[in-house]
Design a protein around this ligand. Structure first.
Ligand code: CMP
Length: 136
């Protein structure tokens, strides 16, 4: 089915000049860009976006990383886009992500892994409402 997903091109990708490379991969796959904006996450948005992780031991450094510079937020749409994007992005840990995926090709980190993508229809709805309420 047609779906929408929220993608964040994280501050490490912006710093490293990988924004174009990453967006190109989504475009060449045939996905549509419904919204796109450069933003810097503030503390409240980080805590809301990562609500399921705020109590985890890795959250303080994740919070610092995600609020530490500009990122690019996008809403992508297409057939089964949630799974399609997660396959293009690869496993969370860049050291283990398969070659050919964004993280597998460009990240050596479990935290600075370049991209966030919604993991289910429910989280996509929640995250799009948070980042692009005009689309919700
Ligand atoms: P993301 O898909 O944005 O969702 C949660 C983020 O937390 C994840 O990508 C990583 O950036 C980070 N993360 C997840 N697990 C760990 C971990 N074990 N150690 C450090 N960072 C993590």
């Amino acid at each position: 089915p047609e779906e929408r997903t929220l993608v964040l091109i994280k501050p490490d990708a912006v710093r490293r000049g990988l924004v174009g490379e990453i967006i190109s991969r989504f475009e060449r796959k045939g996905l549509r860009i419904d919204a796109m904006d450069v933003r810097t996450m503030d503390a409240a948005l980080a805590d809301a976006h990562y609500a399921e992780h705020v109590d985890k031991p890795f959250y303080p450094p994740l919070h610092a990383f995600m609020t530490g510079g500009p990122l690019v937020a996008l809403v992508l749409s297409g057939d089964q886009v949630i799974d399609v994007v997660r396959n293009l992005v690869g496993a969370t840990d860049g050291r283990r992500a398969a070659a050919g995926t964004i993280r597998g090709d460009f990240s050596l980190s479990n935290r600075e892994n370049l991209v966030h993508a919604s993991d289910s229809v429910d989280s996509a709805k929640r995250e799009i409402a948070l980042w692009f309420p005009e689309l919700a």
